[in-house]
Ligand binder design. Sequence first.
Ligand code: ZN
Length: 291
Amino acid sequence: MNRFDRNERLFGREGQEKLRRTHIAVPGCGGLGEYVAQQLALLGVGELTLIDDEDLSRSNLNRYPLARHEDPIPGTAKVDIVARAVSAIDPDIKINKVRKGLRSIAAFKALHRANLIIGCFDNDGARLVLTEFALAYRKDYFDLASDISAEGSLRYGGRILFTGAEYGCPICFGEIDLAQARIDLESDASRRDRERIYGINKSALDEGGPSVVSINGVVASLAVTEVMVYVTGLRIPKRLIFYRGNQGIVTVSKDEPTPRCYFCEVIKRAGANANVERYLLEDETVSPEIA
Ligand SMILES: [Zn+2]
């Protein structure tokens, strides 16, 4: 019996073949990306591109099911862990590993080759770059976030936002904090200047907010389900889904995108004219090979 028999009972052989012909990029192989990549492998996606320049750290071990106890820390790249798991599931899946930051030529080249992007970084700077890239080059883009906030009353959960051919992107839905994104993307020199003028933001120094395996798992599973229904043609994906773990519910947002969004109107379909390449870091411009 073919390994995808139980999948095909849901979305048919044709749906399975569509998944096999799909190349999905997963920028960000942390707590969300590893779940996403593992599920895409089990679904039978034909080609995966994994983008992340980080190594596994001890503080990842509460939420990284694909890591093994004996993986050296430091010294184990997240893309290697995820690629190992994907090829153990299905050695026929083509895997491209990019052990570089998002703002590298290798990452951009790999994103160009993918049909669909599932953004799994946990910072708004990366979300802004991926949003502009997806809009400019007409890539279907799912943007994932898991979030635990103790400001006011305790909230935990996450959201999945789909950017496709229709009007609407994470920015006009208010899901990217542009001021924070600019801070995330600034150069070391501008950061030093800003801190000299405005002082150091103590809360930004504390990078390790709460992050929990089960919340990531829910957000990743909701996202992969949306990708699955979209690629196989079961239904069109929802534009914005919230998981509110503190209430124990999942809701589909009824919000409409804010009209006159600069990104949806000017960046969208602008291709190279959008100059998303301005985000590339200078020291990356000399090594244009894909890992
Ligand atoms: Zn927009």
